[in-house]
Every structure is written in structure tokens, then in C-alpha cells.
Ligand binder design. Structure first.
Ligand code: SF4
Ligand code: MG
Length: 283
């Protein structure tokens, strides 16, 4: 069984020292090892942005896509080989601005893909512009007088779109984040895990200290029931979107691939689509 270190390749990440994305990569590697994956069982698909580099740093199949299109690629990979564990990853600009249409419909579709958003509430790669996740009043080069647009709430949108797994975490909470990624991988259907990942270079408002002071961990609420969608929506709204933990999970809805006749394991076996290495050598 592969160890978490075996999911690391020899490419040195060029994220700024202190960027939250380092911890998210560590959590993905740990979760992959903890659920018993081997590198050849995993595909990491990423979008464009600082976070998008992650597919080049993990020892697994990888694809660095184009801006906002991480989910069409990830879903295509999953449909082509349902036995792969597929993790999609990108930033808040990638997934909640240009890619929001794909995000909503991937949620509705409910393919077995784990989508990890590295949410730093800014565009980091292009040197600090306001993103849909930036707070009102947030001043950057693109909003020098402060943002006058409302902040997008991806968790509320996900619940409204019929999500079957919605979680949120903080890059500094490696234990919680690793567990949530494991649960997301094991979930039958699409899992959205939004992760606060501070951009230490350009976002001087939403810092590590700011998150530590403002995050509301669901561990404080022993009676919280993640199968209750109304309670989940209330908790997101009550905390101004700063709740962390497993917020909602629907274990009864089937995944997309389990509802398509042609993709059921027995149908694939009948079509003899799966070719063993021995058979491949004889082709
Ligand atoms: Fe991370 Fe921000 Fe540096 Fe990008 S610019 S690597 S998001 S700290
Ligand atoms: Mg961003």
C-alpha cells in the first residue's frame, strides 16, 4: 500500500512560502494513502491559477486544464475510466467565476468526483485582483475603491443545486481537511470541499489569524446532523459562510455513472472494455 510520501513527485512546488496550498497538497496525499489508493488509481485534474499547479506536484495521473474547465475534464476522465479515483482542484476564481456554470451542473450531475477548491478570496496568479469570493469593500488593483459587489456563497449555491456532499475546511487544519477529503473520496457522487487557503502575498485581509478568529468548526455542535439540508443551509447562513466540517451529505442518491445503463460494471464487463495488461501485450 502506498504511503503519503509516494504521492509526492520530485517537482518542487513554486508556491510562495506560507501559501495555504502546500497544506492542501499534503492533505490530498495523506487522504489518498489513508483510503488505500496507489498512484496509478488516482487522477488529479486542475484548473488555472496558483492552485492549478497541484496536478504537476502529485505522483498520480494528472491533467492541468484551462481556466474554469477543470470539471468538464475531470468528469470526462471519470466517465472514460470509472475505476479511477478522480480529484478535481482549482481556485475560487477558476471554479466560482469563469467555471461557475460547470460547477453548478457538475453538482447536479453527481458524478463520483471530489472537487477541492483552494479558496483564497483573490486572484493570486495574476497578482491580486478581486474574485467572486472577495468581501464587499475589498480593495485591490481591480477594485481600488473597494468591491461593490456581493460575495458569492458557493456552499449555499451547492445546496440549492442539489449537492450530495458539501464540506468546508481550512488549510491549517490538516487533520480535519484530510478526513474530509477521505470522506469525499469515499462518497458515492460529487463531493465539493471548499478550503480556505490564505494567499500570503496578495490577500492581507483574510490571513491565517483572521480565519482562526472567524471560523466556526462544526465540532462545537455535537447534535449537528449533516443529513439535514435545511439545517445545513441555516448553519452556512448563520456563520456567514465560515462554518467548517462536513456540512451536508446525502447518502441515498445514486451517482451519475451508477444511473447510466452503459456505465454499470456489468455492462462494461459485457462489452469487454476492461483489458488486462496480459491481454494488452497480445494486441
Ligand atoms: Fe499562494 Fe498567493 Fe503566492 Fe499564489 S500568490 S502561490 S495563492 S501565496
Ligand atoms: Mg483565488
Amino acid at each position: 500500500m502506498a504511503t503519503f510520501k509516494e504521492f509526492r513527485n520530485n517537482v518542487k512546488p513554486n508556491w510562495c512560502p506560507g501559501c495555504g496550498d502546500f497544506s492542501i497538497q499534503a492533505a490530498i496525499q495523506r487522504a489518498a494513502a489513508n483510503v488505500g489508493l496507489e498512484p496509478e488509481n488516482l487522477a488529479v485534474i486542475s484548473g488555472i491559477g496558483c492552485s492549478g499547479r497541484i496536478s504537476g506536484y502529485i505522483n498520480a495521473y494528472g491533467f492541468h486544464g484551462i481556466h474554469g474547465r477543470v470539471l468538464p475534464i475531470a468528469q470526462g476522465v471519470k466517465l472514460a475510466n470509472r475505476e479511477l479515483t478522480v480529484i478535481a482542484s482549482g481556485g475560487d476564481g477558476d471554479g466560482f467565476a469563469i467555471g461557475m456554470g460547470h460547477t453548478v451542473h457538475a453538482i447536479r450531475r453527481n458524478l463520483n468526483v471530489t472537487y477541492i477548491v483552494m479558496d483564497n478570496q483573490i486572484y493570486g496568479l495574476t497578482k491580486g485582483q478581486t474574485s467572486p469570493r472577495s468581501a464587499e469593500g475589498f480593495k485591490t488593483k481591480s477594485t481600488p475603491e473597494g468591491s461593490i459587489e456581493t460575495t458569492l456563497s458557493p456552499l449555499e449555491i451547492a445546496l440549492s443545486a442539489g449537492a450530495t456532499f458539501v464540506a468546508q475546511s481550512f488549510s491549517s487544519d490538516l487533520k480535519q481537511l484530510t478526513k474530509l477529503i477521505e470522506e469525499g473520496i469515499n462518497h458515492e457522487g460529487f463531493s465539493l470541499i471548499n478550503v480556505f487557503s490564505p494567499c500570503v502575498t496578495f490577500n492581507k485581509i483574510n490571513t491565517y489569524d483572521w480565519f482562526k478568529e472567524n471560523i466556526v468548526n462544526l465540532e462545537q455542535f455535537p447534535d449537528y446532523d449533516p443529513s439535514n439540508r435545511v439545517q445545513a443551509m441555516n448553519k452556512i447562513m448563520e456563520t456567514n459562510g465560515l462554518v467548517t466540517g462536513l456540512i451536508y451529505q446525502n447518502k441515498t442518491r445514486k451517482s451519475y455513472e451508477d444511473m447510466i445503463t452503459g456505465f454499470k460494471p456489468e455492462a462494461l464487463a459485457k462489452q469487454n472494455i476492461k483489458i488486462t495488461p496480459e491481454e494488452f501485450d497480445k494486441l
